[in-house]
Write a protein that binds this ligand. Structure first.
Ligand SMILES: Cc1cc2nc3c(=O)[nH]c(=O)nc-3n(C[C@H](O)[C@H](O)[C@H](O)COP(=O)(O)OP(=O)(O)OC[C@H]3O[C@@H](n4cnc5c(N)ncnc54)[C@H](O)[C@@H]3O)c2cc1C
Length: 217
């Protein structure tokens, strides 16, 4: 049985509630496939939503805290955030404009993000970011030095109040509209890597690593 995250009044999916999911397996799969999250937080009543890279390690996510960390300097117990990750899987073309939709998988996580100040944990988060982008990269690139580690502000959000929502499948039209002579179906969408482009200043004698040459998603 997959472990379910306890539902709260804040994480209950309301509209199309059958699309909601609260088990860690579903939620973690979406988080691990996504690269970019959007972090929402409020400062003096003004909401900000900032896109940034993230990685999941166990039951928490780590993200760069360049924006939120400014406020965190004086808030030792953390800052309330809403983190959203969205995977767009397809355009859903219905017979009526109203029933057009998207296939997607998304996660919303609520809670208090805290600044990571233990160097070993910072290193673990940077390792997770790097290996998530490209497994094998951490061992090839120069590791962060003490100054760089100090300059990296990283936030940690425990995955305790989280929901997923997914739409899959064909369009859902109103019964009479199925008779309309209108093309209907799904245009699948996916993130595809292109051919690698060598940096002009990269010594041509350096071979392209296999994880770059054969990168697949
Ligand atoms: C690419 C994309 C396109 C979408 N297009 C539309 C659209 O055109 N119209 C529309 O009504 N909705 C759309 N949605 C769904 C939208 O994200 C919300 O789910 C919906 O607007 C409101 O749901 P709710 O009543 O549960 O919201 P709320 O009451 O705002 O949410 C209650 C709680 O439900 C959970 N929740 C809500 N939405 C999500 C989600 N997407 N993923 C994970 N948890 C969630 C959160 O924990 C939230 O706190 C789209 C989603 C995606 C990812």
């Amino acid at each position: 049985m997959p472990e379910t995250i306890p539902l709260t009044e804040r994480t209950r999916v309301v509209r199309e509630s059958h699309r909601g999911a609260y088990d860690r397996e579903t939620i973690y799969k979406i988080l691990d496939e996504g690269f970019v999250c959007h972090i929402g937080f409020a400062v003096d009543g003004q909401p900000y939503v900032i896109p940034t890279l993230f990685a999941r390690v166990g039951d928490a996510i780590y993200f760069h805290g360049s924006a939120a960390s400014r406020m965190l300097r004086n808030v030792s117990d953390g800052i309330s955030v809403c983190v959203t990750v969205t995977l767009t899987d397809g355009f859903v073309l219905a017979r009526s404009v109203f029933n057009h939709s998207m296939n997607y998988r998304s996660v919303v996580a609520l809670g208090k993000a805290t600044l990571v100040d233990v160097p070993e944990e910072k290193l673990k988060a940077l390792h997770a970011f790097t290996e998530k982008i490209l497994p094998g990269r951490w061992n090839d690139a120069r590791p962060p030095n003490e100054k760089e580690l100090k300059a990296s502000s990283i936030l940690r959000l425990p995955l305790a109040e989280v929901s997923a929502k997914m739409r899959v499948g064909p369009p859902e039209d109103d019964a009479p509209d199925y008779a309309l002579p209108v093309w209907a179906g799904v245009i699948p969408l996916s993130l595809r890597p292109g051919a690698p482009i060598r940096d002009e200043r990269c010594d041509p004698s350096i071979p392209t690593p296999a994880y770059v040459a054969h990168y697949q998603r």
